[in-house]
Design a protein around this ligand. Structure first.
Ligand code: IYR
Length: 223
């Protein structure tokens, strides 16, 4: 018999007058417009407790059946960052030289990326986000998770936003394939690396690609 649901009052919901809501929404928009993906990081360390709170924020994300099918591996060790860089650059060299079709390389051209990933060593912190297709119980049984990609994507969004809000820069990095991360980080087979988030402060002279975001009219319709 499945357990019967238990309910509790909705505590802490903050109701604001419309004018205040508008102000809050606009201020939040302005803050999020200041977020940029950064590829040049300073080596300055980041406080561990800030990373921990941002991960707690990611952990508040909604997920399929509330099964929270994610694992966040935080890497600060220079030796492990080095191993990740070596493995990622090997994959990226293949990607840029052989695997990527011309139209993909064309789409990437405005970003100016290439196979060199020095930030994987320079940045003080890497967060490898793993998606768990199923949970592995100690007795070996598998319990399926639901809407795994969607759930992990939402949690990743929360994490990026929390880090930005705390004053840290990020880079969503996706070397492909990423299974070397299971080996280096000794993660079990039910975890699939989803995104490698590079976290830190921007380098003093950091530059970012001159790109724009689509306007509201281009990304929405109201019915
Ligand atoms: N993984 C490669 C290529 C790359 C792919 C996409 I889609 C990007 O938005 C950026 C890069 C790399 O990291 O260089």
């Amino acid at each position: 018999m499945p357990p019967s649901p238990e309910f509790e009052p909705l505590f802490g919901f903050r109701r604001e007058p419309a004018t205040i809501m508008q102000q809050i929404a606009r201020e939040h928009l302005e803050e999020m417009k200041r977020r940029r993906t950064v590829r040049e990081f300073s080596a300055e360390p980041v406080p561990e407790s800030v990373i921990e709170d941002c991960l707690r924020t990611a952990g508040t994300a909604p997920s399929g059946a509330n099964l929270q099918p994610w694992h966040f591996a935080v890497v600060r060790s220079p030796e492990i960052k080095y191993q990740i860089r070596v493995a990622a650059e090997a994959e990226e060299r293949e990607f840029y030289a052989h695997r990527a079709p011309p139209e993909w390389l064309e789409a990437l051209a405005p970003l100016g990326t290439d196979a060199n990933k020095p930030f994987l060593e320079t940045a003080p912190c890497l967060i490898v986000i793993f998606a768990k297709a199923y949970e592995l119980l100690p007795d070996g049984r598998k319990v399926k998770n639901y809407y795994v990609s969607e759930s992990v994507g939402i949690a990743t969004g929360f994490l990026i936003q929390a880090l930005h809000h705390a004053g840290l820069a990020t880079l969503t990095h996706t070397p492909s394939p990423m299974s070397f991360l299971n080996e280096i980080l000794n993660r079990p087979s039910n975890e699939r690396p989803s995104i490698l988030l590079v976290v830190g402060f921007p380098a003093d002279a950091a530059k970012v690609p001159k790109i724009t975001k689509k306007a509201l009219e281009q990304i929405s319709s109201f019915h």
